[in-house]
Each structure stands twice: as C-alpha cells, then as structure tokens.
Design a protein around this ligand. Structure first.
Ligand code: NAD
Length: 260
C-alpha cells in the first residue's frame, strides 16, 4: 500500500481523523496538502509531516467556500503538478436539537459544511484527478447510514446520508476517468468533534434506551481511534483497493449493528 510519488489532498487535516490520515498517507510516501479552516491547524499538521521527513503544504480554506477550494487546488497544481488522492473529511456535528428548536440557519450551516463542502472538495479536484485517475474517500458516518436513534441529529444525519448518495453518483460518473470514489462511515471515534457540537434539550425527544456497557461491542464499549480510521483511508487510497468504488465501509466495531 505504498503511495510513493503520489499527491493527496486531506480536508479537516488539522485534527482527529483528518490529521491521522494525513500522517498515515505521508508515511506511505504521499506528498500531502493539509487543508483546514485555519492556517494554524493546517500548518501544525504540515510541519509534523515535514518533521517526519515527508513533504507537505498547509492550506487554509473553508470547504464550503467555492473560490477558496478552487484556489487551494490551484496551489496544489502549482506545487506538485498532480493529484492522486482526495480525502474529503472536514465536517462538523453542528447543532443537535429537536426539529421545532433547530433553526433554518443551523440546518443550513451543517448541510453547507458537510455536504456542499464535500461537493466542492471533489468538484475542484477533478481537473487534476482526471489526468491520471485516482481515489476519492469521503467521511460520512454511522449516523444517517445505519444509526437513526441519536435524537436531534437530523441535520447531521441528513448531511451524512447525502454524502453517500453523492459518492455513488460520482463513482459512476467518474469511473471512465479511472477515479474511484468510496465512503467511510465511522462510529464513535475519539477526536475533537465535540468542539463543533451543540446539543440542546435532547432529553425531551430522546427514546429511553441505554447501553450500560457502552455502545461499541468490539471494544467492550470504548471508542475507536483516528489511527484505525487512517489505516482504512490508506487502504482505499492505495492500489490494493483498485477494484473498489462506489461503496460504503463502516468502521465502528459493530456499534451500528447494536444501536441501529
Ligand atoms: P475534528 O473536529 O477532530 O476534526 C475536524 C476538522 O475539520 C477540524 O480540524 C476542523 O477545523 C475542520 N473543519 C471543520 N469545518 C471546516 C470547514 N468548513 N472547512 C475546513 N475545515 C473544517 O473531528 P473528526 O471526528 O476528526 O471529524 C472528521 C470527520 O469525521 C467529520 O466529517 C465527522 O463528521 C466524521 N465523523 C466523526 C466521528 C467521530 O466519532 N469522531 C464519527 C463519524 C464521522
């Protein structure tokens, strides 16, 4: 699963799953464009990669800003002249609240970052990706694909379900260009995602179900790690996954089978 000479774009590379994947892809030999909301968080990841002897550039952009994403890919083109892997991973939990409480602006924010951001991340990659073919990996979630019992997560789950449909449409449309598109659906992973989460009055709409031993069967209840997700990203990015496109891969220690 070597990526020597290849170039990868990773969004949300400043933290959590994106940071772990950026490091994993770099250790496999890829040059990495580490993109995040802020210059500082992108730079930290890029510096870490360079500290390990890899090649990286830091890009600051909001994935839901079309002009900023276009400019980010232009920079990748100028820097390395090619693109092989895109990990469309940046996302937020946003506001989790009842349908009556959730405002249209809060709904739009989650959909814009998570779903429109994914579209823009893929759209502006295409002129570079089409030159040689490549691999796109999109981070969806168990929410919206297998789990529908997390009360208040309607905007988040809708954005994550939308990513799966988008990936399948893109996989078919782009197959002729030898571009593969797959979706990963993590369960509970230990990251900084709670920082982008606001939960309001969920006890009012929650069904009274509890998992006293924790929700992840494979780990006796605890979360998975970003490094485990990064290993899956590397597999899907590599030629070891050469015939895999248009599919979801759940990575959740059977959490979604229990919780549903
Ligand atoms: P995280 O908060 O640790 O990392 C997310 C990164 O994305 C941050 O660095 C943040 O600055 C960046 N980001 C957020 N909005 C952005 C924007 N508009 N433009 C550019 N960058 C932006 O969270 P994480 O858990 O690593 O989340 C990564 C992805 O994994 C998300 O799509 C999330 O929905 C998904 N996910 C996470 C879990 C989990 O349990 N942690 C489970 C399922 C899916």
């Amino acid at each position: 699963m070597e990526l020597d000479g290849k170039v990868a774009m990773v969004t949300g590379a400043g933290s959590g799953i994106g940071k772990a994947a950026a490091l994993r892809l770099a250790r496999a030999g890829a040059k990495v464009a580490a993109l995040d909301h802020t210059e500082e968080s992108a730079r930290k990841t890029a510096e870490k990669i360079r500290g390990l002897g890899g090649a990286a550039i830091a890009l600051a952009a909001d994935v839901s800003d079309a002009a900023a994403m276009q400019a980010a890919y232009e920079r990748v083109g100028r820097e390395w002249g090619r693109l092989d892997v895109v990990f469309a991973n940046a996302g937020i939990n946003g506001v989790w609240a009842s349908l009556e409480d959730l405002t249209p602006e809060e709904w739009a924010k989650t959909l814009t970052v998570n779903l429109t951001g994914t579209f823009l991340t893929v759209k502006y990659a295409l002129s570079l990706l089409k030159e040689r073919g490549g691999s796109v990996i999109i981070t969806s979630s168990v929410n919206g694909t297998r789990i529908f019992s997390n009360a208040g997560a309607s905007a988040y789950s809708s954005s994550k379900a939308g990513q799966v449909a988008f990936a399948k449409m893109a996989a078919l449309e782009l197959a002729k260009h030898r571009i593969r598109v797959n979706v990963i659906c993590p369960g509970w992973i230990k990251t900084e995602i709670e920082d982008s989460t606001e939960k309001r009055d969920l006890e009012e709409i929650q069904e009274p179900i509890e998992f006293p031993e924790g929700p992840v069967p494979l780990t006796d209840g605890g979360p998975g790690t970003a490094a485990q997700v990064a290993d899956l990203v590397l597999f899907l990015a590599s030629d070891a996954a050469a015939h895999i496109t248009g599919t979801e891969v759940w990575i959740d220690g059977a959490q979604s089978l229990l919780q549903g």
